[in-house]
Write a protein that binds this ligand. Structure first.
Ligand code: MD6
Ligand code: FE
Length: 205
């Protein structure tokens, strides 16, 4: 375990290989029920290079007209999102230090050329809860800075099975995925990378 900055916790190989394989199996069922979709940037409608789906009572979506938001149903099927896998909820209970369960588990799929620009996660009301991220498949360069876009950044490699928690003083840091490193994992038969992020969205009453 390493604290990369106050509240930014890195847990290498939190999930072992067998657990990673089980998670991928579970995700295959989730994607059957809630297919990957391509989000769009607010206003411009520019497509993300990452494809996404969600599980949980709320899912993160974005399109040109509606912008970034959480909603209870899949944007294409209109169905409620599938449940968050129990093994992922266990990780939250063990690591998040938060009294309530997460409502959203965003599933990002990166094809070998996909990336994610520097951003803050701030569409949640519960900013006192951390965001817990799980990496599966090919390794990737994760870039992170401070709470201002202009702040100096560093990058680390995230590998399959690694967990990162962004919380406390780091909850609103800028971060992104610079690039995926193709051929660095055998977990996904067709390559690429999956990232799961667990979030508490609403304020518990
Ligand atoms: C990714 N992760 O690893 C992108 N957000 O593919 C994120 O955007 C992220 O890793 C919030 C907290 C942790 C993260
Ligand atoms: Fe993020």
């Amino acid at each position: 375990m390493a604290e990369l900055a106050p509240g930014l916790i890195y847990l290498p190989t939190y999930f072992d290989r067998a657990q990673q394989q089980q998670l991928v199996e579970t995700l295959r069922d989730i994607v059957k029920e809630a297919p990957l979709f391509t989000p769009q940037m607010p206003k411009t409608g520019k497509p993300f290079s990452v494809r996404m789906t969600n599980c949980g009572s709320l899912g993160w979506v974005s399109d040109r007209l509606g912008g970034y938001r959480y909603q209870a149903h899949h944007p294409l099927t209109g169905l409620a999102w599938p449940a968050i896998p129990e093994r992922i909820l266990t990780a939250w209970r063990d690591l998040a230090g938060y009294p309530n369960l997460p409502e959203a588990c965003l599933v990002n799929y990166y094809a070998p050329n996909a990336r994610m620009g520097l951003h803050q996660d701030r569409d949640e009301l519960a900013l006192d809860a951390p965001v817990l991220s799980v990496s599966l498949g090919d390794s990737a360069l994760f870039r992170y800075g401070g709470t201002q876009r202009k702040d100096r950044t560093k990058s680390i490699r995230l590998h399959s099975g690694d967990v990162v928690l962004i919380g406390g003083a780091s909850r609103l840091i800028f971060h992104g995925i610079e690039r995926v490193l193709p051929g660095t994992s055998t977990l996904l038969a067709d390559g690429g990378r999956i990232n799961l992020t667990l979030r508490r969205v609403t304020l518990p009453n």
